[in-house]
Design a protein around this ligand. Structure first.
Ligand SMILES: Cc1ncc(COP(=O)(O)O)c(CNOCC(=O)O)c1O
Length: 401
């Protein structure tokens, strides 16, 4: 068809393009350090036991397959507010938040971005961290919001560039929109401390910024649900204007079920009703109704105390598995006699390590050793196992010495 011929080919998605290359690679051994999806030490996907038990309960109930409400079920929304802001939060009351069930984190960010584009009175531009998750810029730009960056990473010292970040926030025009990662920053793995979050919050208030809080790893980052929520709970306590986008992909292992919750904090029931009415039209224009299954699993786990307890245990198991993989990798890198300081690997938390490897070194790892990483230098920790850690360490040493 004529006009199809004139459509330019887009560049591949950094993450899913790499996964395709990995799957096509027939050599042995090959190691996937590309995508942020949890794997056991046997390099297998992990279906949480609490999820399996929840599914058995759901199946027995023989529930219908009718449409969910456009914004999701009330119980799911309430449980999500209890999980994120906590039962005692001043915002966890009718009239102080507008919550909808989105299609996981991406879906929540997408609806929030469209809503801000339609109604935000300030600049239609979002400040995102440098570096950040590759899809942030793509998502906001595709939905009509420009992006700019704030400093976040000190490559020299391989650490959080807190001073740079604060300077950039201090310079931001009043009422700019800024996106923060709630915990387990992707890709650096460096998070502000509790004290630093308090300083960031004061600066955000001074600049009257609107915050998009991307909460993709709550509980999965440290294994502690509340610790991983400190960033946005500190901001909420100081009445920072924000929308919180929560994903249940990682902390429930429900990647493909596309389940998440997004909450706009508001001041009154009057405001809440108006915002919900606009969100419902916007959601209708996107996916109309959210999927049933993932939300029902989350609801079962949050309402059954035994399943909640099991879930919290499994979060710790996953977080500890990643911590031990970091320790093993650091140990093996030391054993190679590498002169580099790799200590940052155990200082970072969550799914990724930001290694500082150059693009050339990463291409060599892929071409010569069939080890797949993002060319940004991001290494997905779940891909490290007891079986392959020595091989990975030796190959990293080879390309960096
Ligand atoms: C910061 C952040 N926000 C949002 C999301 C969105 O995740 P989802 O839409 O699956 O909930 C993700 C998921 N990351 O994807 C895996 C990877 O980076 O390799 C994320 O890391």
């Amino acid at each position: 068809i004529g006009w199809f011929a004139r459509i330019p080919r887009a560049e591949r998605d950094a993450i899913f393009g790499l996964v395709e290359d990995f799957q096509k690679d027939t050599s042995k051994p090959k190691v996937n350090l590309g995508i942020g999806v949890f794997r056991t030490d046997e390099d297998k996907p992990y279906i949480l036991k609490c999820v399996q038990k929840a599914e058995e309960k759901i199946l027995k109930k023989r529930m219908d397959k009718e449409y969910s409400p456009v914004a999701g079920f009330e119980i799911f929304k309430k449980l999500s507010m209890d999980f994120t802001f906590g039962k005692s939060s001043v915002f966890n009351k009718p009239g102080r938040h507008v919550t909808f069930q989105g299609l996981s984190g991406c879906g929540g960010l997408s609806i929030a971005a469209q809503f801000l584009r339609m109604f935000y009175p300030g600049r239609k531009m979002v400040y995102i961290s440098d570096p950040t998750w590759p899809n942030h810029q793509n998502l906001f730009n595709k939905l009509g919001l420009k992006t700019d960056t704030y400093r976040y990473y000190d490559a020299e010292n391989i650490s959080l560039d807190f001073d740079g970040m604060m300077e950039d926030i201090h310079k931001m025009p009043y009422r700019s929109i800024i996106l923060f990662h709630a915990s387990a920053h992707n890709p650096t793995g460096f998070d502000p401390t509790e004290e630093q979050w308090k300083e960031i919050t004061e600066e955000v208030k001074k600049r009257k910024l609107y915050v998009i809080m991307d909460n993709a790893y709550q509980g999965f980052a440290s294994g502690d649900l509340n610790k991983d929520a400190q960033s946005f709970r500190i901001m909420a306590k100081r009445r920072v204007n924000m929308v919180l986008v929560t994903s249940y992909a990682k902390n429930f292992g429900l990647y493909g079920e596309r389940v998440g919750a997004t909450s706009f904090l508001v001041d009154s029931k009057h405001e809440a009703d108006k915002i919900l009415s606009q969100l419902i039209l916007l959601i209708r224009a996107n996916h109309s109704n959210p999927p049933l299954h993932g939300a029902r699993i989350v609801e079962e786990v949050f309402t059954d105390p035994c399943l909640t307890k099991l879930w919290i245990e499994e979060l710790k198991i996953m977080a500890n598995r990643l911590k031990s993989a970091r320790k093993q990798l650091l140990q093996k890198l030391k054993e190679t006699g590498s002169s580099r300081n790799w200590d940052f690997i155990t200082k970072q938390i969550g799914m990724f390590s930001y290694t500082g490897l150059t693009k050339e070194q990463i291409i060599r790892l892929q071409k010569e050793f069939h080890i797949y990483m993002l060319t940004s230098g991001r290494l997905a920790i779940p891909g490290i196992t007891s079986k392959n850690v020595e091989y990975v360490a030796k190959c990293i040493h080879k390309v960096t010495s």
